[in-house]
Design a protein around this ligand. Structure first.
Ligand code: SF4
Ligand code: ZN
Length: 410
């Protein structure tokens, strides 16, 4: 089936990493721009693969290029609601291709092509062709498919404008619904290939930590493929409304993690926080000195107040682990009124990167916005403490009370 493709294509290559020494070129990623998008269409030119911009053979070894992947699909049973979930599989399916590496999702994608693949004559058309075949195999409801790959900078920029509109539309829809409004949540185990004890619990308020899958996406996916990686969880008994603890969610967690994790709080970083695979858009981390919580996202390149960058922190809390004081989360979850509600929500947030603060400003309580420092205001614990004090952050009250209590007790 893959006879015209000069490299092997098989799930066996999924774990392949392409280090910079072995890389021919990098596509998208933190030093460039890029995105992926699946769109359900009325009309699709079946089998068409188009490359807009330089192809691999026209690229220079060691360089980084912008990159967009547009996948258009048609099928009688395909609904727009399925776009997000089908799109999320791009990651896994791209990685079936030997010599092609794909990380992350949406406009966070980061790809590499190996020198061996380039030497074998691998071109972007081959990527498009492989994806067409793989997507149809994975989702028999896709009847027709076409793939467009962008590498021209202007074209990728225009593509990004469109993708962000589409992502926002999907996310905004889920924002209208709350956990109380529904009887079922969903679980997703798509990331168990590399994080075997990880299950994402997706609720209306808690978009999956990869940021790519919300409650509506899951509903559509579970309906399409009830035995697939996304499944329904009957909400059942509510054990703790504020922390977000549900009896059936605990049972599912225990079952899917082979007993490693048997309790989870959906809305807290303390006690039993949600497990983290590795795809999270951001991490919430406890800062013990100030009894507050900081947030750092994947795009933030500096050091966090804990003295380590995002990458090191991600290493400590990913792989399906439940690490108290840390929780991987999506930026969309930070738009929910239940965002870490058990910990105090934004009243407990004492540091976050400027870029995400700006992007979430409409969701941060107005009276708090100026009280939460970013890397432009403070970085060390000492600087943060000073900023919080000068700006009257509610955490200072909390610290004072705690101090008074300790004094009383001693
Ligand atoms: Fe599924 Fe969670 Fe992985 Fe996203 S991060 S694909 S929701 S398991
Ligand atoms: Zn993941």
């Amino acid at each position: 089936m893959f006879e015209d493709i000069p490299v092997d294509v098989s799930p066996m290559y999924e774990g392949e990493r392409i280090r910079s020494a072995n890389m021919f070129v990098e596509l998208a990623g933190p030093k460039s721009i890029g995105a992926e998008l699946v769109q359900v269409r009325e009309e699709v030119e079946n089998g068409k693969v188009e490359v807009i911009g330089p192809n691999l053979s026209e690229m220079k070894e060691g360089e980084i290029y912008p990159f967009g992947i547009l996948i258009e699909i048609k099928g009688e049973k395909l609904e727009k609601e399925l776009e997000g979930v089908i799109e999320r599989r791009t990651h896994e399916l791209c990685n079936y291709i030997k010599g092609f590496m794909h990380l992350n999702q949406r406009d966070q994608i980061w790809c590499r092509v190996s020198k061996e693949a380039n030497d074998a004559g691998f071109e972007l058309e081959h990527l498009g062709k492989s994806l067409s075949i793989l997507f149809k195999e994975e989702f028999p409801i896709i009847e027709e498919i076409s793939v467009t790959l962008y590498t021209d900078k202007k074209e990728v920029e225009a593509f990004l404008e469109n993708t962000s509109k589409q992502y926002e539309e999907r996310d905004a829809r889920a924002r209208e619904l709350s956990d109380e409004d529904v009887d079922v949540f969903y679980g997703c185990v798509m990331c168990q290939s590399f994080a075997p004890t990880h299950t994402c619990i997706v609720t209306p308020d808690r978009t999956a930590l990869c940021g790519a899958i919300n409650w509506f996406d899951c509903r559509a996916a579970a309906k399409m493929d009830p035995d697939g990686p996304i499944f329904e969880i009957d909400k059942g008994e509510v054990l703790d409304e504020i922390r977000g603890e549900y009896a059936n969610v605990n049972t599912v967690m225990a079952d899917k993690s082979q007993g490693t994790v048997d309790r989870v709080y959906l809305h807290s970083v303390f006690g039993y926080p949600h497990t983290s695979c590795g795809c999270f858009e951001a991490v919430a981390f406890y800062i013990p000195e100030l009894d507050g919580v900081g947030i750092v996202d994947r795009d933030f390149k500096g050091e966090t107040p804990l003295g380590i960058p995002f990458s090191a922190m991600a290493g400590q809390c990913s792989g399906g682990k439940q690490v108290e004081g840390f929780a991987g989360l999506s930026l969309e979850y930070m738009r929910s009124p239940k965002f870490l509600q058990a910990d105090g929500g934004y009243e407990r947030i004492i540091w976050l990167p400027k870029a995400i603060k700006d992007s979430l400003i409409d969701f941060i309580p107005e009276d708090l916005a100026d009280k939460i420092p970013t890397e432009e205001d403070a970085n060390s614990i000492k600087e943060i403490r000073k900023f919080l004090r000068e700006n009257n952050h509610p955490i200072m009250e909390r610290l004072k009370e705690a101090k008074a209590k300790t004094a009383e007790e001693s």
